[in-house]
Design a protein around this ligand. Structure first.
Ligand code: ADP
Ligand code: MG
Length: 230
């Protein structure tokens, strides 16, 4: 039996407050290596919270998370940060690029903590930029790129470390549909390469490119009904 990339068991996340917000309720989720999964749900349903937990940016209030067979619950912050750097690629809705660095330098930042020598970091960044079709803009700064190109740089940065898991939170949310389509093509190509992808979205065009959809409403996750494939 191969180890799943992700296994969540009874994962809940409650935010303190009055009243407290239960953003995730006893989530059960297993994602095999090479699977692409869309997390679909309305605004406020818990998609980002789930991705932050999966990406080790946040911790469950209760429940168990195994990432590539490793129980991450008992880890110290420094261990978790190290594991995140090695194992997780994260694509945010608003790109999160460094404005005054070149495209190549932006991608190289993802390798800073992986003990890769500088020369090799650069070569790997250029290879990642080829994968997203942007090697011809490698010396540009993000300000001179379109929104879709910026997001493709962010995707290159997310995959350059060859993570176990690529997470994308509303990756086309700031893009018009034509530009968003160019980003989705990149995800489809990565999927064909066998990368494990989880994408949170409320956009059907985005969920359509994933092999599997799960829906989330008020923090409760459920597998999309069988037989409704497009
Ligand atoms: P989505 O990404 O689906 O729009 P979120 O995961 O961002 O939903 O939010 C789920 C719920 O948790 C919402 O009710 C939101 O207000 C709440 N929430 C998210 N982050 C926090 C936080 N840091 N503190 C308090 N409540 C939060
Ligand atoms: Mg969100």
């Amino acid at each position: 039996m191969t180890t799943p990339a992700v296994r969540l068991q009874e994962v809940s996340r409650t935010f303190e407050g009055s009243p407290p917000v239960r953003a995730l309720c006893e989530v059960e989720l297993e994602i095999g290596k090479g699977e692409s999964v869309a997390i679909v749900g309305p605004s406020g349903s818990g998609k980002s919270t789930l991705l932050h937990v999966l990406g080790l940016l946040d911790q469950p209030t209760s429940g168990r998370y195994d990432l590539d067979g490793v129980d991450v619950a008992g880890m110290r912050d420094s261990q978790r940060a190290g594991l995140r750097g090695r194992s997780i690629g994260f694509v945010f809705q608003d790109f999160h690029l460094l404005r005054h660095r070149t495209v190549t330098e932006n991608v190289m930042t993802a390798l800073l903590y992986n003990r890769v020598p500088r020369r090799e970091r650069k070569a790997r960044a250029v290879t990642a930029l080829e994968r997203v079709g942007l090697d011809h803009r490698k010396d540009a700064t993000p300000e001179t790129l379109s929104g879709g190109e910026r997001q493709r740089v962010a995707i290159a940065r997310a995959v350059v470390s060859e993570p176990v898991l690529l997470l994308a939170d509303e990756p086309t949310g700031n893009l018009d549909s034509a530009t968003g389509a160019s980003v989705l093509e990149v995800f489809e190509a990565l999927q064909r390469d066998g990368i494990t992808i989880v994408v949170a979205t409320h956009d059907e065009a985005v969920s359509g490119v994933a092999g599997r959809s799960v829906s989330i409403v008020d923090g409760v996750l459920s597998e999309a009904r069988a037989g409704v494939t497009p």
